[in-house]
Design a protein around this ligand. Sequence first.
Ligand code: GN1
Ligand code: MG
Length: 347
Amino acid sequence: MTHKDLTRCFLSFNRWVGATAFGNGNINDTYRVDIIRAGVPYSYLLQRLNHHVFREPDKVMQNISSVCTHLGSQEFPYTVVAPLGTPDGQLLQRDEKGDYWRMFPFIENSFAPEGLADAGIAYDAARAYGAFARAMRHFPADKLEETIPGFHDTDRRWAGFLEILAKDPVGRAAGTRRETEAMLAAKPVFDRISALKKSGDLPLRVTHNDTKAGNVLFDTGTRKALAVIDLDTVMPGTILSDFGDMVRTFAPDCQEDDPANVALRRDVLEALKEGFLQETEEFLNASEKENLMLGAAWITGEQALRFLTDWLAGDVYYKIKHPEHNLVRTRNQLALLEAIKIEMTGA
Ligand code: GN1
Ligand code: MG
């Protein structure tokens, strides 16, 4: 099926203008679709959901629907970007290859921050993610599906890494000793998180699990946050991972795949804390608040582990733009982890 055929499954139009690749996700493929209906131009986002990563696409859409419905019923001062259904109410359309497609409204006059977000953007985005957690705080997290089983299961990710390292399917282990050693040296961070999770001190919450700058839409005019998007990985979890992934993605002074040395930007880090706590301070417990930076170390370490695992596996999960992409990403995240650890010890 062409993009035009797929679009027809979700909406009617008089004239097809075209579909162009949009955004830079590592997992799904997104297209901006332009059509004319009754003489008026409209845009939408057509997206192929990667069903090798999200193995049960219906569960993803079920989660998104219940989250959007709940957000809509709360005092949540942001736009809720809910998927469009087909005339018979389906949120997914399959094509002849068995791929899954869905459609979202296109939010006009908005942008998703690309490149390095400044402290102002970081503050606003952190507030938006905090407001998301706040609006979802009474939703029964255990009613949500785990769209990627074991997504933040520290012990399982670690076991997966050790298994690939031992198998060494593409012969990359020997050339990756330094990174592997640095990874193994980071194990105590994972152990602390694992123990904390088992202690019962971290309540199960509805978490977003991809709290990067690019997943908040901003108003082009006011430059204020408009919407929290990408609800594919909304799952039951701990708040530490959402705050942690914000630090991982906003606070460094370079992108996650930059081969340059990484440093933390203090002003951005402070802005994240301030914005996030503004919305969440009142309902987070003491253990959650105390361990926000441990969350940053954990998620950064986990991301290093995921990139290194994918490098050793032969680049089977993340899209890559050059042959050493996953290795460069791994080194970057390991360096960032060091910077976060230094920040935590107050050095
Ligand atoms: C993937 O596709 P994107 O950029 O939204 C990944 C995240 C990683 C991120 C690293 C489902 O997100 O968990 O943190 O790449 N999403 C999934 O850039 O694995
Ligand atoms: Mg994502």
